[in-house]
Design a protein. Structure first.
Length: 263
């Protein structure tokens, strides 16, 4: 019921989609989806930014929506949004991270919100063709929501994962512990931090790049710029590189598949 046509009054209700986050001025999603809607002739669809300074404002915003088609969720609300949902699907429940909200209108006029994780789908579709038999261990840079999504996917594939954090915990490495030995023995390195993201493009995660080799794959979830300093340095030392743009396309298409099933 994303598009509702009232034949008697000849009224078409618009379907509005949003990306929810805190700072969204460089978001990929509005351009991607509005272009998609235009190409498919979905002239009564729109996709906009939903910037909230606090997730507690979400309920008040939701109460004023009567044509909501779906929501994407980004930093820092991929975990914080969960208490506001009616259901959380299997993969999103396992990871504890939601990046897509399915909206189902109910007969009483209320909305049922179901959380999904399409990032996992997108990352798995991108990473699988790039993996080599010797990539048995992965170093995941960061410990946020995206890091846990990456960890979930890689462990499901059968790759042992080690996360890097500023925290001092028994199950993660501190950044100061990422030495040559660690890098040499983790042939897959995935950056889930915003380090190197536009506009701060002249920085990179602090790892010993000279420990990289042609057997390494460095995957950066950042898509703007397309080639971060991390990827530039990794390629200089012979590593295979990949940015997050393809993953972003994959997860966006999966989100649309979920939303359009309610048409």
């Amino acid at each position: 019921m994303i598009i509702e046509v009232n034949i008697k009054d000849n009224v078409i209700t618009m379907a509005r989609f949003y990306v929810l986050g805190k700072v969204l001025r460089h978001s990929f999603s509005p351009g991607y989806f509005n272009n998609k809607f235009k190409q498919q002739g979905l002239t009564h669809h729109s996709y906009d930014l939903l910037e909230l300074s606090d997730i507690a404002l979400f309920t008040g915003w939701l109460n004023h929506q009567n044509d909501l088609g779906g929501i994407n969720v980004t930093i820092p609300y991929k975990r914080q949004i969960i208490p506001y949902l009616d259901e959380v699907s299997g993969v999103a429940q396992e990871i504890g991270v939601v990046n897509t909200i399915e909206v189902i209108p109910l007969n009483d006029g209320s909305l049922k919100l179901i959380g999904h994780n399409t990032d996992a789908y997108g990352f798995e579709r991108e990473i699988r063709p790039l993996l080599k038999p010797w990539m048995e261990r992965a170093l995941i840079l960061g410990d946020g929501a995206s890091a846990y999504t990456v960890k979930f996917v890689l462990e499901r594939i059968g790759i042992e994962c080690l996360m890097v954090s500023r925290k001092n915990t028994s199950d993660m490495l501190n950044w100061s512990e990422v030495n040559n030995y660690v890098v040499k023995h983790h042939h897959l390195i995935v950056n889930t931090t915003p380090i190197g993201q536009f506009p701060d493009t002249n920085v990179a995660p602090d790892i010993p790049f000279d420990a990289l080799s042609s057997q390494h794959l460095v995957f950066d979830l950042i898509y703007n710029p397309e080639r971060t300093m991390l990827l530039e340095k990794a390629q200089h030392f012979g590593a295979q590189i990949q940015n997050g743009l393809g993953m972003l396309h994959q997860q966006a298409e999966k989100s649309w598949q979920i939303w359009s099933s309610n048409v």
